[in-house]
Design a binder for this molecule. Structure first.
Ligand code: LUZ
Ligand code: MOS
Length: 763
């Protein structure tokens, strides 16, 4: 079974937001954004812009009929600035014009008078000033403070990881239409149709039933459209509501990069204690998350950092504290991994530091401390059906870890100006929304009287292949060919109150609901068949389009069965509700059972550094991954390859730069580099581990969206390994991304000016 979409994609037939035929009378919207990162909004002069050709209207906060608020977790984010501006790129006004060009031209005529206020871009500075989004959180197990004295080895350090631009190929946008009785219909490029619906209803002062949101597919989301598709949907809807005309709002690439939040940069302090056998006894970590100017999803991202602070290791004494720090940058948001990678980078740094100081290989410490069955995480959930050691050991055998290490060391003995490096990256990622109530969804399945099947769920297709997986689940459950099944658009009127397609959980949640609905229909059809043919329905199976099992006349195929059921007035529609069972979490004690299960795997990364230039190649990425019982190897392998590449980009070349005025310097693809085919590992092996999967995973096929991103973290440590082979005495801060510039400076520390050794990428 292949992915259903690519054929249409390569022919250009797939419909994205911008392919929706334009309705007559459509107005085009452009957003006037704050030119300063922090200030008091004294006056806004719209007169020249209003007089510009084609301009129909300009909307500001005053035009909002409901609540000027789009904050999800914390109500701290106006849709349009009111009184103050808190980051460069913050929407202040919406220009509506007859053409896109006219709308953009008018932006330049708007004058904002802003009294500049102090700008903070550094999370530690924000924390020192008490600028926190929410109170800090601490996950604690055992008593780390009491163990330091008895540890054989204790190491402390600082680790910094940078932000990451989502760079979905399709930029943010929405197209809104006024509907009768004063409602709106929004076509939105969102991972969270319900979020767009809820906030738009709030902004317009309507009930949610007056706002319909429809999504066909996205050209990528990666978390960037989990929360941050909302402002554009709500703004387009505000335009449509106020003018009674269709309004289209699509951000161009540079506006998208300027105005939207990214992966959170983190600056962290760690302290790790080991015994003589290299067992990790204690780990303390403090995370300073750069949240940007509003909460957005930052508190949830911060929480997931705490959940994954010990990655795939068992540590009996853990104290992990996180601060979500308010800075004058665009609010940072969900990005594949959702804070998990940031947490894992720090413990991997702590282990690397210990290994380097002790003169042992990091792999020895890592292997020694992998999770085993029933080990407790700091939040007290046990590791059940744990495959951490199996993943490591299988990879070590399959790819011959000892030989890989020997080859690298031998190469480094024989070569002066090229050095190789090797790193092992085990991963462990919890599957479920950490906010338990979000783990629910519904599927609406219609069998039409001709035997064709239409399925609506809360799942948004964004290239990850969820529609294919849901169609496979339905085909299997109903026992029919996938060609009879259509996955409908994701629509808030058909399936309500959905969670965003996020947290790697979309196929599990929506697949389970689909399976339930299809199983109910199948049962009903079987009962009908048995009444028709006076059979005993126990033990019968509908198999593909073949005749129903033994005893049912050969001419009775699926079409006839459905048709006869219809004429006998049997219900051919089913709506199923699925809520992941047995989840609970107490956010006051930070304990419970928040995850349905965990996903495990191990990756080996080898790199070669050109020690004259500081450039490097990733020679090989070899992965053993716990897919459970994968029922679509193409999609699942694609997720691993894409995720790992995205992780490599985050760790090596993707460098977000803001200046001290909070202006984005890496504001286009000229100055922000993402991995291309040349940056891909020359060898990329993915081994499907033989694991039973998990009953809470769809058809026992485990979630695969986010976990592979974390394999990219190994690239950072492999580069570090290579640099140290050339320059054993370099003082190497733990600072990602490891750009060629940083590699070069590490190779030749004697040429580096003191100020250049501060590699603070956390801003
Ligand atoms: N979104 C969210 C997520 O709202 N909660 C989560 O736990 C989560 N995890 C990963 C990615 N997105
Ligand atoms: Mo996500 S980071 O699962 O939207």
């Amino acid at each position: 079974m292949n992915h259903l979409d690519p054929q249409r994609h390569v022919r250009g037939e797939s419909q994205y937001l911008d392919d929706v035929p334009t309705q007559q009378g459509t107005l085009y919207a452009a957003v006037f954004e704050s030119p300063l990162a922090h200030g008091k909004l004294l006056a806004l002069d719209l007169s020249a812009a209003l007089a510009a050709p084609g301009v129909v209207r300009i909307l500001t906060a005053e035009d909002i009929p409901g609540y000027n608020q789009i904050g999800g977790i914390v109500p701290d984010e106006p849709l349009l600035a009111e009184g103050h501006v808190h980051f460069r790129g913050q929407p202040v006004a919406l220009v509506l014009a007859r053409t896109e060009h006219q709308a953009h031209a008018a932006l330049k005529l708007i004058k904002a008078e802003i009294e500049l206020l102090p700008i903070i871009t550094d999370p530690r500075v924000a924390a020192a000033q008490g600028e926190l989004i929410v109170p800090p959180r601490t996950f604690k197990i055992g008593d780390s403070a009491a163990t330091w004295a008895s540890c054989a080895h204790v190491f402390e350090g600082v680790a910094e990881s940078g932000g990451q631009e989502h760079l979905y190929i399709e930029t943010q946008g929405a197209y809104a239409f006024p509907t009768e009785m004063g409602g709106v219909r929004i076509i939105s490029s969102t991972q969270g149709p319900t979020a767009v619906q809820r906030h738009t209803a709030h902004v317009l002062g309507l009930g949610m039933h007056q706002v319909e949101v429809d999504v066909t597919r996205l050209g990528g989301g990666f978390g960037g459209k989990e929360d941050q598709a909302t402002p554009w949907g709500a703004l387009a809807a505000l335009g449509a509501f106020c003018t009674k005309k269709p309004v289209k709002l699509v951000l161009d690439r540079m506006a998208d990069m300027r105005m939207t939040g990214k992966r959170h940069p983190y600056s962290s302090d760690f302290k790790i204690g080991l015994d003589e056998n290299l067992k990790i006894v204690a780990y303390e970590v403090t995370f300073f998350q750069n949240a940007g100017a509003a909460a957005d999803l930052s508190p949830a991202v911060m929480e997931r950092t705490l959940f994954h602070a010990t990655n795939a290791y068992f540590v009996p004494n853990v104290t992990a504290t996180a601060f979500s720090c308010r800075t004058n940058l665009p609010p940072n948001t969900a990005f594949r991994g959702f804070g998990g990678p940031q947490g894992m980078f720090v413990i991997e740094s702590a282990i690397a530091k210990a290994a380097e100081e002790l003169g042992v290989s990091a792999a020895r410490i890592q292997r020694q401390n992998l999770l085993r069955e029933n080990d407790l995480f700091s939040y007290r959930q046990p590791a059940e059906m744990c495959h951490a050691e199996q993943a490591w050991d299988t990879a070590a055998r399959l790819y011959n870890l000892c030989a890989l290490r020997k080859d690298v060391d031998q190469f480094n003995l024989e070569n002066k100006l090229f050095k190789k490096g090797l790193a092992v990256m085990p991963i462990c990622f919890g599957i479920s929304f950490t906010k338990t109530p979000m783990n629910q969804t519904r599927a609406l399945v219609h069998i039409y009287s001709d035997g064709s099947v239409g399925i609506s769920t809360g799942a948004v297709e964004m290239g990850q292949g969820v529609n294919t997986k849901i169609a496979q689940v339905a085909a299997r459950t109903l026992g029919i060919s996938i060609n009879r099944i259509k996955i409908e658009t994701t629509n808030t009127t058909r399936v309500a109150n959905t969670s965003p397609s996020a947290a790697s959980a979309t196929a599990d949640l929506n697949g389970k609901a689909t399976e339930m609905a299809c199983a109910a229909l199948r049962e009903r059809l079987l009962r009908h068949a048995c009444t028709e043919y006076t059979l005993n329905y126990e033990g019968l199976e509908i198999r593909d389009e073949e005749v129903l099992a033994a005893g049912i006349p050969a001419e009775t195929n699926w079409d006839k069965l459905v048709s006869s059921a219809f004429w006998k007035r049997v219900a051919l529609t089913e709506n199923a509700h699925y809520a992941t069972p047995d989840l609970h979490f107490d956010a006051t004690t930070n304990t419970g059972h928040p995850f349905a299960y965990h996903v495990y795997g191990t990756a080996f990364t080898t790199v070669t550094v050109d020690c004259l230039r500081g450039t490097y190649t990733v020679d090989a990425l070899r992965i053993a991954h716990d897919f459970g019982q994968s029922f679509n190897h193409f999609i699942d392998r694609g997720q691993i390859e894409g995720g790992a590449m995205q992780g490599i980009g985050w760790m090596t070349m993707e460098e977000i730069a803001y200046n001290e005025e909070g202006r984005l310097l890496s504001n286009s693809l000229n100055s922000y580099k993402i991995p291309d085919i040349y940056a891909a590992p020359k060898v990329l092996d993915v081994h499907f581990l033989d694991t039973p999967g998990h009953p809470k995973a769809i058809l026992r096929s485990k979630a695969v969206g986010e976990p592979p991103l974390m394999y990219g973290i190994g690239t950072y440590f492999a580069l570090r390994d290579a640099v140290r082979a050339f320059q054993p005495h370099t003082a190497l801060p733990f600072s990602a991304p490891m750009t060629p510039e940083k590699v070069l400076m590490s190779l030749y520390p004697e040429f580096v000016q003191p100020r250049e050794t501060s590699w603070d990428t956390s801003r």
